[in-house]
Structures are given as structure tokens and as C-alpha cells.
Design a protein around this ligand. Structure first.
Ligand code: PLP
Length: 387
């Protein structure tokens, strides 16, 4: 039978975490108690002042189309944020807002990739990069990182070809929480200058960093890096605002203009109400954020200690709220992490995201965006199941 679908659907996989969410919901509806550690969003409320700003936007009837790239007020707040917090001085027409970082990335790949262009993606990677690159006609080229998840410059250099158009960096990282060292970022930046490719720097977890780790924006390290870097951010993780949908970006004017043209022909502006809230989120300190990060830091200790006690080798994350660990010594009859996570779901009632969609099938991702009580119970149940 003929399919109604385009050839581009042949290769597109549904988001692994959204698929897991659906599975967990189904099991719960069937009456099973499941502790979901597959969660990819903070389990905290949006800061109070930001919520108030959203309500004000409704009351002030900010209910009309805005410029596709966002209101002037919001774009000014984005410029000021980049300057104040990242030491990046973007002009007003070099920034824009979108419906989450996901749309920023999609606009970016659509705007810059031609058929067959190669994009270097470092393993382990957030799976959406690979699917979006392919949707845009590009080819992801995967490069394994070192054991501590820092980038391996020799391997990256070896992967560069005449078709290399871009490298995607994600620090702090989903799924492994690595925060790239300043030295590693400089090496990558120098390579990008030498070989003339773009740098996409996804910094959505920048505020969730555990000392002594420090987050660096690669574009701030050298003017030559700034000129070829697209800096991507969002309120989703930093401000516990995943559902509001607000991503933002700064980069070379020509690229931002093309991204805005694509957005103008697809979704137009992100929600006008969300934009009202976003101005407050970006312009002012939100006291809830450091408290959230402090709580994540304590949970990180809890989860890492519990995993180590089970005999899992842990690279302690320096940022984000995930531990990505090798569970293969426990596979016991199953061939990869998909089977292992299925086993844990059935036997322990704990949901983890398998490492396969992140490019590392011996690993699984444990999210600590869940209460300490839940985490302790889940770790006990996993320990019992693997025993
Ligand atoms: N980038 C990374 C590394 C992520 O983990 C996510 C969400 O999981 C996003 C971007 C997407 O963020 P948003 O919800 O703002 O689209």
C-alpha cells in the first residue's frame, strides 16, 4: 500500500522522552505505582514575579500578534541579559525569541544547512539534534567524547570534512551533565575558525551548575568565536517554565534574520502572554532560582551515592539534573539499555530513559527532577531489582 507520508518521515523518530511519558501515564492509569525518573523538566514552580508578569500581560490585553522575533521590549531584555550574564554584546537585530529552544534549533538548522551538509554532534547527545538536522536535510556526524564526557579534540578534528558546516555544543549537557572546560571550548573554537564552520551553543542548563564548575559561553571567549557562534537559551529549565514555551538566541545578523524569516512563515511570534512574563524573567533576579539549584545539588549527592553503592560507575554531573551512567554490568540477559529500562519499569516501578537515543546503548539517564523522598525510594527499588 502506498503511504501518505513524505520520505523525510522514514528517518524521524518520536522524541524518546515524550514516548516514555506516554508509557508511564499508561502504566499509572492501569493502577501501577511508578516513580518517574525520566523527567526532563524541573519539578518546581515558575518564579512568583514571573507568574505575576504573565497575569499582567493578560490583564493589559497583550493578546495581539507581536513582531515574529518578539516584542522590542523582550528583545532589549534578551540583549541586556546576554550582556550582563554572558558577556555577549548582541545588537537588537542579532537576537530573537521563539517557542522554546527546540524551535530556535529547528529554525537554525533550516536556515543554515543545505542537503548533505555535515553537523558534528558530540556523544552522548540530546536526541532532538540528530532528528532536526536530518529533517533539515543535513547529516549528523557523531563524535564520541572522553570517559569524563569532556570533548575529545583529536576525534573532533578527525571528523571534520569539506562538508562540515557546524558543530553543536551543549554545556551543561543533557544527558550527562558535563560542563565543558574553558580550555576545551577554546580548542573547539580555534578549530571552527581554522576549518570555517559554525558553532551552535545550546546553553539552556547554564544556571544549573554545581561549584566548582563554571559555565562559559564559547562566544564570549574570543571575538572570532563570537562571529561564528549561535548562542541558544530558554527559560524552560532555568526558570522552570517548560510549558510557557520561550527560547531565545543571539548570533550573526544574517543567520538570525533567516531564522526570523522561517519563523515568520511557520509559527510567527511566541505567545504574547509568555513574552510579557519573559521580560520579567530576564530583566530581574528571581530568588527562587538559587534555591532550586541548591535542592538539585543535594539530590545529586543522594543519587550519585546510591548508584555508587550499587556498584555503578558514576561520572558526577557538574550541571543540569541528570546522571548518565553505564548500567551494562547489570544487563543480565538483555542486550541493551532499552531492555534494561523495560526490566526496571516492570520489576522496580522506576522509569529511566535508556541511553540508546542519546547514542550510548550501555547507559541510562537518571533524572533527579523529583523529590528526595521519591529518589531515595527509587534508588532502593533499583538496587533491589538489580540484586
Ligand atoms: N536543549 C536541551 C539540551 C534540552 O535538554 C532541551 C529540553 O529537554 C531543550 C533544548 C529544549 O528546550 P525547550 O523546552 O525550551 O524547547
Amino acid at each position: 500500500m502506498n503511504s501518505w507520508l513524505s520520505a523525510r518521515m522514514d528517518d524521524l523518530k518520536p522524541s524518546a522522552t515524550l514516548a516514555l511519558n506516554a508509557r508511564v501515564r499508561k502504566l499509572r492509569a492501569d493502577g501501577r505505582k511508578i516513580i518517574d525518573l525520566g523527567i526532563g523538566e524541573p519539578d518546581f514552580d515558575t518564579p512568583a514575579a514571573v507568574k505575576e508578569a504573565g497575569k499582567r500581560a493578560i490583564d493589559e490585553n497583550k493578546s495581539h500578534y507581536t513582531p515574529s522575533a518578539g516584542t522590542l521590549e523582550l528583545r532589549k531584555a534578551i540583549c541586556a541579559k546576554f550582556s550582563r550574564e554572558n558577556n555577549l554584546d548582541y545588537a537588537i537585530d542579532a537576537v530573537m525569541a521563539s517557542n522554546g529552544a527546540k524551535q530556535v534549533l529547528y529554525n537554525l538548522f533550516m536556515a543554515t544547512l543545505s542537503a548533505g551538509d555535515e553537523v558534528i554532534v558530540l556523544l552522548p547527545y540530546w536526541f532532538t539534534y540528530a532528528d532536526q538536522i536530518k529533517l533539515a536535510g543535513g547529516k549528523p556526524v557523531f563524535v564520541q567524547s572522553k570517559e569524563d564526557f569532556q570533548p575529545d579534540l583529536n576525534k573532533i578534528r578527525a571528523a571534520v570534512t569539506g562538508r562540515t558546516r557546524m558543530i553543536v555544543l551543549n554545556s551543561p549537557s543533557n544527558p550527562c551533565g558535563v560542563v565543558y572546560s574553558r580550555e576545551a571550548l577554546i580548542e573547539i573554537g580555534e578549530l571552527a575558525v581554522e576549518k570555517n564552520f559554525l558553532i551552535a551553543s545550546d546553553e539552556v542548563y547554564e544556571k544549573i551548575v554545581y561549584p566548582p564548575a563554571v559555565h562559559h559561553s564559547i562566544a564570549a571567549l574570543d571575538k572570532r568565536f563570537f562571529d561564528r557562534t549561535i548562542t541558544i537559551n530558554a527559560l524552560s529549565k532555568s526558570h522552570a517554565m517548560t510549558g510557557w514555551r520561550l527560547g531565545y538566541v543571539g548570533g550573526p545578523r544574517e543567520v538570525i534574520k533567516a531564522m526570523d524569516d522561517i519563523q515568520g512563515q511557520t509559527t510567527s511570534n511566541p505567545s504574547s502572554i509568555t513574552q510579557g512574563a519573559a521580560v520579567e524573567a530576564l530583566a530581574n533576579e528571581q530568588p527562587e532560582i538559587p534555591l532550586m539549584v541548591k535542592e538539585f545539588a543535594q539530590r545529586r549527592e543522594l543519587v550519585c551515592a546510591a548508584l555508587e553503592k550499587m556498584g555503578v560507575k558514576v561520572v558526577k554531573p557538574s550541571g543540569a539534573f541528570y546522571v548518565f551512567a553505564d548500567f551494562s554490568p547489570f544487563f543480565n540477559g538483555v542486550s541493551d539499555s532499552v531492555g534494561f529500562c523495560e526490566f526496571l519499569l516492570e520489576k522496580a516501578g522506576v522509569a529511566l530513559v535508556p541511553g540508546n537515543p542519546f547514542g550510548m546503548p550501555n547507559y541510562a539517564r537518571v533524572s533527579f527532577a523529583s523529590s528526595r523522598q521519591n529518589l531515595a525510594q527509587a534508588m532502593d527499588a533499583v538496587a533491589a531489582a538489580v540484586r
